[in-house]
Design a protein around this ligand. Structure first.
Ligand code: 4AD
Ligand code: MG
Length: 477
């Protein structure tokens, strides 16, 4: 007999068929009703055991977390709460789960507790739903780009360059750190390292993606990126996945159009294909919001938020306009948003971003044309000589979800910017070659995949949307 999944069965009304199911016990009550889950859907299937025909030892071994195999007949359910159930003819315990020791009990666990059990938390409803939605989003990303003529490109993970110039890199070395080889002047001899030089884990695949865009036209990378920044927030990870499209001949407007269309498309995909999981997460989110003080509560349900993003235009505002709005808005001590009046030239703090998105425009916002001195070296300088063609997409509850720009394609201007920031040309000679040979206008952006998953699932903490989160002082698993 072919094994079926719970998802397949719940969509079927082929009653009286014989089925074989394997999965894990969620609950077992009255020595009779097993709620069985196999990961294929958020929903459990009820398996009804005939305890008179089942031996005592087997019954005792049907505990939460145990792996079982069930053979039986699919019937219309007699009870409330489900339309179908399985009348069990044969049950086999595949793997016991000692209830005294198993940490995941059928009750509400705190997310902190579950983070300490990251290897088991995916067995809960919330985390299984989040991880299925994450998987669906990942598929939607590849689908979108493939259908729009992009080539997938694998950026290297070990690199010799710092794409963002922010110095937040994890070093990769095979040198004996306790006793490293030294030069005559007493400094560590990095030429003895594995690659003959210092290397690090990539912070972004952008620079390499630019070289590929200048040959293949439209490319994207979707890979892990690493940041050694000491940010202990609900939006930062030390290891996160980034989606980075890069397009030759696109200007900043094209880049904004792409970002908006792309985000809407992947959220739409999940709304259509992950209905049960989103419905479950919507319920969880709305419950959670109710526990918050009125001023911090979201005005929309999760489903409303997702539909809103898909159906409405993102508001496009220049950095300079945004600063004017912030300057003219009155700080209110009683309200959640207290903002110091911002001076032109300063980077926006997350409270400023949240004010613009959640209180002022009440929709996703694309801020563009930032001051050059707060953005990376590769962004195209505007004619005003002080702003660059940068863009950040800001989302409610998340803040920055995308960072991107039109790139500086003029060799001399790029060289001047690098010199001003002490970035040595010999470090990036290959990058500069794209500007020497057939340079052209081009643009791209990076979307933090976990921030997208966070928004789509309504989870409050980014650590709860990646299987095994890495954050400062924490890489247990
Ligand atoms: O704004 P960032 O630093 O931009 C870049 O790395 C560009 N090279 C991308 C490009 O143009 N190809 O990062 C891009 C996005 C952010 O908007 C955010 O969503 C996410 O990556 N991100 C993080 N996500 C989780 N944890 C962190 N520590 C993150 N840092 C950035
Ligand atoms: Mg950024």
């Amino acid at each position: 007999m072919i094994r079926t999944t719970v998802a397949e069965l719940l969509g079927s009304n082929n009653f009286l068929q014989d089925v074989t199911l394997k999965g894990w016990v969620r609950t077992f009550r009255a020595n009779r009703f097993i709620a069985l889950n196999d990961g294929s859907t958020i929903n459990n299937i009820q398996c009804v055991v005939d305890f008179e025909k089942t031996d005592e030892t087997t019954l005792k071994r049907i505990t939460t977390g145990a792996a079982i195999s069930v053979k039986g007949t699919l019937i219309e359910s007699q009870g409330k709460g489900q339309s179908i159930e399985i009348q069990v003819n044969k049950i086999e315990i595949l793997g016991d789960s000692n209830p005294e020791e198993y940490p995941i009990q059928p009750k509400k666990h705190s997310f902190e507790f579950l983070r300490e059990n990251a290897h088991l938390r995916v067995r809960t409803n919330t985390f299984s739903a989040v991880m299925r939605v994450r998987s669906a989003l990942s598929f939607a990303v590849h689908k979108y780009f493939t259908e729009n003529g992009f080539y997938n490109f694998s950026a290297p993970i070990i690199t010799g360059s710092d794409a963002e110039g922010a110095g937040e890199m994890f070093k990769v070395t095979t040198l004996d750190i306790e006793n490293p080889p030294k030069n005559e002047d007493g400094k560590i001899d990095t030429s003895k390292d594995f690659f003959g030089k210092m290397t690090n884990l990539t912070v972004s695949g952008q620079l390499e993606a630019e070289t590929y865009a200048m040959a293949l036209g439209k490319v994207y990378t979707f890979g892990p990126t690493f940041r050694a920044e000491n940010s202990n927030t609900t939006r930062h990870l030390s290891e996160f996945w980034m989606i980075e499209p890069e397009v030759a001949f696109n200007n900043l407007d094209d880049n904004m159009d792409l970002a908006e269309d792309f985000i809407k498309s992947v959220i739409n995909y999940v709304l259509e294909h992950s209905k049960d999981d989103i419905a479950f997460l919507d319920g969880r989110y709305n419950q959670e919001e109710k526990t918050k003080p009125a001023l911090q509560r979201s005005e929309m349900t999760l489903l409303e938020k997702l539909n809103f993003v898909v159906e409405n235009n993102f508001k496009r505002v220049s950095y300079t306009e945004a600063i004017d709005i912030l300057r003219n808005s009155k700080p209110n001590k009683k309200k959640k948003f207290q903002y110091i009046i911002n001076e032109w030239g300063a980077d926006l703090q997350s409270e400023h971003e949240r004010f613009l998105v959640e209180k002022h425009f009440k929709c996703p916002v694309i801020l563009f044309d930032y001051p050059a001195n707060i953005k990376a070296f590769y962004m195209r300088l505007n004619d005003d000589g002080k702003t660059v063609r940068a863009m950040d997409v800001l989302f409610p509850g998340i803040g920055e979800i995308v960072g991107g720009s039109q790139r500086e394609e003029r060799l001399e201007v790029l060289q001047q910017k690098m010199a001003a920031l002490d970035i040595e040309e010999k470090e990036l000679w290959w990058y500069l070659d794209t500007r020497k040979f057939g340079t052209a206008e081009h643009s791209g952006f990076g979307l933090g995949f976990e921030r997208l998953v966070q928004f789509t699932t309504g989870m409050g903490n980014i650590r709860d949307v990646i299987p095994f989160p890495r954050t400062p002082q924490n890489a247990e698993f």
